[in-house]
Design a protein around this ligand. Structure first.
Ligand code: IMP
Ligand code: MG
Length: 179
């Protein structure tokens, strides 16, 4: 018996791009003239952050942190590990965290604590996708792109077991079909 995965397109690249532009407008309004440190969470945010910063026409710096809370499956293990630290100094900086998708809130909650301990002068959060229905830890997000249904999503940087990050659209993974 073989199994097959069905992908259904949920948001096409055009819709994603206009969402990114709207977020960029809001960020520009708040950060122009501030030289913020933008921190992307790897790996999922790499495409979003690349598109986002190209819509921001003011001085800024970019860093990445690599966190992991998912194994090979579709639900968080609940334990967050720092796989790659931030190189830049955080103290006294205006920090904006950029995340691809928020599910339980465990990852962001961990990162907020981690960054606040380093004494930034301000900290705000941005995510492209928010799976609000699955929140276990409340987190206030300053810039949200799209509220998404409680489905497992892939594409535009999001993976399932490291696959599908390169899809230009955001798709949902339907049940596996036995053939
Ligand atoms: P949380 O800690 O449960 O909020 O999960 C956040 C992290 O899990 C994100 O950084 C994503 O990498 C990953 N994640 C959550 N939902 C999805 C999804 O639907 N597809 C792919 N990755 C997801
Ligand atoms: Mg992931």
């Amino acid at each position: 018996m073989t199994t097959k995965v069905r992908l259904t397109k949920l948001y096409d690249n055009k819709e994603i791009k206009s969402t990114v532009r709207q977020i960029a407008k809001d960020i520009t309004r708040d950060y122009k003239g501030k030289n913020p440190l933008i921190i992307g969470i790897l790996k999922g945010s790499f495409i979003f952050i690349a598109d986002l910063v190209r819509e921001l026409r003011f001085p800024l710096e970019i860093e990445f942190i690599r966190l992991s809370s998912y194994g090979r499956g579709q639900t968080s293990s609940g334990k967050v590990k720092v796989l790659q630290k931030i190189a830049a100094k955080i103290k006294g900086r205006d920090v904006l965290i950029v995340e691809d998708i928020i599910d339980s809130g465990v990852t962001l909650n961990f990162l907020i604590d981690y960054i606040l301990k380093k004494q930034p002068s301000s900290l705000k959060l941005c995510c492209l996708l928010d799976k609000v229905a699955r929140r276990r830890i409340p987190v206030t997000i300053d810039y949200v792109g799209l509220i998404v249904p409680d489905k497992f999503l892939v594409g535009y940087g999001l993976d399932w077991d490291e696959k599908y990050r390169n899809l230009p659209d955001i798709c949902c993974v339907e049940d596996e079909i036995a053939t």
